[in-house]
Design a binder for this molecule. Sequence first.
Ligand code: GRF
Length: 221
Amino acid sequence: MVITPLNLAVLASGGGTNLQAVLDAIASGRLRARVRVVISNKPDAGALDRARRHDIPALHLARDQFPTADAFADHLLAVLSDYQIDLIILAGYLKKLHPRVVQAYRHRVLNIHPALLPSFGGKGMYGIHVHEAVIAAGVKVSGVTVHLSDEEYDHGPIVAQRPVPVLDDDTPESLAGRVLEVEHQLYPEIIQLFAEGRVRVDGRRAYIKDEGSGVRSQGSA
Ligand code: GRF
């Protein structure tokens, strides 16, 4: 079966190690996709530097460059359309997407979260705050969630989750490091499932079709 590479837009606010993991997976042939454009709300985001180093268009686009939120959304939609984007990859993007963008790309916006949703998610739950909350709660297992985005923070059908044990001597930083390693493995794998057309969404549930005809939901692996 010939599979056309998926056109990705990666939106990031920070260093962009997940963007790098996606680029590495593409370079090694594990992921049939192209990163057509990288967009950040922060002009100095490391993710933009990584994009430039790979000759990928790197755009600083932020709400305050536009008179209204609607004008910003229209511009973003025009950019996404120009690059014929199939899937939007949120990789540490700290802004909520405008509802018009979410609507236009319904079930085509993926986000990665460094905990097992629906716990430890929502507004303010990003970066090291997530791992601090996990350790403070005393849970024994954290992990990574890849989900489709909807109009709410860290909401939308879960596509995959992978556990990471919380160790007795973990600090938020040590836990963050192990979770990030798992993010770098899981995100490209799940994007590849979209490239293969193997993700089906029914209401709040996402299902992954086996390479055969069966359907299974993606648990830990
Ligand atoms: C990751 O932990 C991701 O789960 C979260 O933001 C972080 C981004 O890290 N949404 P990076 O910029 O990809 O290094």
